[in-house]
Design a protein around this ligand. Structure first.
Ligand SMILES: [Zn+2]
Length: 429
């Protein structure tokens, strides 16, 4: 069970409203006024798990009673440098365990949300997530190739335009703070590791890069400067040096094949960051290749609701000429410079539109005429039908008249025959 034991914030009921307290704010209060200050005395037994609070609201669509949530205790340690909240295990309270689905108890639901929002994290086995950050450029190219050759019928995740937004690692840090150390992830080397086992200070990273080249790590520290592009076309971003003065400071290196310019990277200067990547040691320098701010960089000193400091990179077309040529070669396409003749299809289409419009009008007129004709024929048919009925009635009347006449003739014939017989008897008598 992946349970995060330390929490960077808690929720507390103030009058009738729930408010969020950060462990940092409570630490400042305690260090300034002491634990016997009446205000701290008042609040110290009313911290509850924020993850459980959010889970309760999601499920019940209403705010919880405080007894429904597990109680937390605030701790300060390492001589006042560090702080967190922890579950009050020894408490007399009944509910001292996290609610099911609280993200401090089980990150699965949260990892699922992340994998839905970001293309560089996938949910893996229960309660872990697989990072697919490295070799991004190759992956992007491969996806393009796949989608252009046999992509039909295959769902390909849309690639978000995310160059100036935070990535999944920053999202994790924003949610868990320093407690992100306890979360497990699966790296591109297929190793399941807690984030704390990936974290290295610049000094540790220098040592590791020599011993374990290609090791995946998150190097964290403060960026001292972004250097101007050197003669080889590389831009180096240098970490502040630690106690190790014998080696050159650890750096992030941006290859000429990546789109960033110095100005796009200045947002990192004097910031406490972490950078995810593979450690390299080359010609006396220890470094990580930086290819994507969005995917690799985590700001560890982000202020509350600070907007994303990444800017849209400005692209010098000459610098991506090689990539363009490679991509075009792959697609067997040729380079065309622009000339207006390429767009004759547009003018052609416009004249076609006129013709089509005319044809439509003519067809509509024709249809109108046909409709009128149909109306007339219908009227004609109706009047014919009336005449037909009249004739039928006349015929019936005539037939009736005929029957009467015939029966009258028969009667007359009968009378005549009788008279004739009388006369015959009279003559021959
Ligand atoms: Zn909880």
């Amino acid at each position: 069970m992946t349970s995060i034991s330390s929490m960077p914030y808690a929720v507390r009921k103030n009058d009738s409203n729930w408010i969020k307290d950060t462990a940092e704010d409570i630490k400042k209060l305690r260090l300034k006024h002491g634990d016997t200050h009446p205000y701290y005395e008042l609040i110290k037994d009313s911290f509850y798990c924020y993850g459980c609070y959010k889970k309760w609201i999601k499920e019940n669509h209403t705010e919880p009673f405080d007894y429904a949530l597990p109680k937390l205790t605030h701790y300060i340690y390492e001589n006042g440098n560090k702080t967190h909240f922890k579950l009050r295990r020894k408490s007399q309270e009944k509910n001292h365990d996290h609610l099911k689905g609280c993200y401090f108890n089980d990150p699965s639901d949260y990892y699922k949300e992340l994998s839905d929002s970001f293309d560089h994290i996938e949910i893996a086995e229960k309660q872990t997530a697989r990072l697919i950050i490295l070799n991004r450029m190759n992956q992007i190219l491969k996806t393009e190739i796949r989608s252009s050759t046999k992509g039909l019928g295959k769902t390909i995740k849309p690639k978000a335009s995310h160059l100036q937004t935070f990535g999944a690692l920053q999202d994790i840090y924003n949610r868990y703070g320093e407690s992100w150390r306890e979360l497990p992830v699966i790296t591109e080397d297929n190793e399941t590791k807690k984030i704390e086992n990936l974290l290295l200070s610049p000094d540790e990273a220098i040592d590791s890069s020599k011993q374990y080249p290609n090791k995946i790590a998150i190097v964290y520290g403060t960026i001292q400067r972004v250097e101007a592009r050197n003669n080889g076309g590389y831009i180096n971003i240098v970490f502040k040096q630690g106690s190790n003065k014998s080696d050159r400071p650890f750096r992030l290196s941006v290859s000429p094949y990546h789109i960033y310019n110095e100005t796009d990277l200045q947002c990192l200067e004097n910031r406490k960051i972490g950078c995810y990547g593979r450690l390299k040691h080359n010609q006396g320098f220890s470094q990580i290749e930086l290819f994507s701010l969005h995917h690799q960089i985590v700001f560890l000193d982000l202020q509350k609701s600070e907007p994303c400091p990444f800017r849209t990179p400005s692209i010098n077309i000459d610098r991506i000429q090689k990539l363009l040529t490679r991509t075009m070669e792959f697609h067997h396409s040729k380079l065309h410079s622009y000339h207006p003749g390429m767009f004759t299809f547009h003018r052609q289409a416009q004249s076609d539109f006129k013709k089509i419009k005319q044809t439509v009008q003519e067809t509509q007129q024709k249809q109108q005429l046909l409709f009128q004709e149909k109306e007339m024929k219908t009227q004609e048919k109706n009047s014919m039908s009336v005449l037909h009925n009249t004739l039928l009635i006349d015929t019936a009347n005539i037939k009736k008249q005929l029957r009467i006449t015939k029966s009258k003739i028969k009667e007359t014939e009968k009378q005549f025959s009788n008279k004739f017989r009388k006369w015959t008897r009279f003559i021959y008598a």
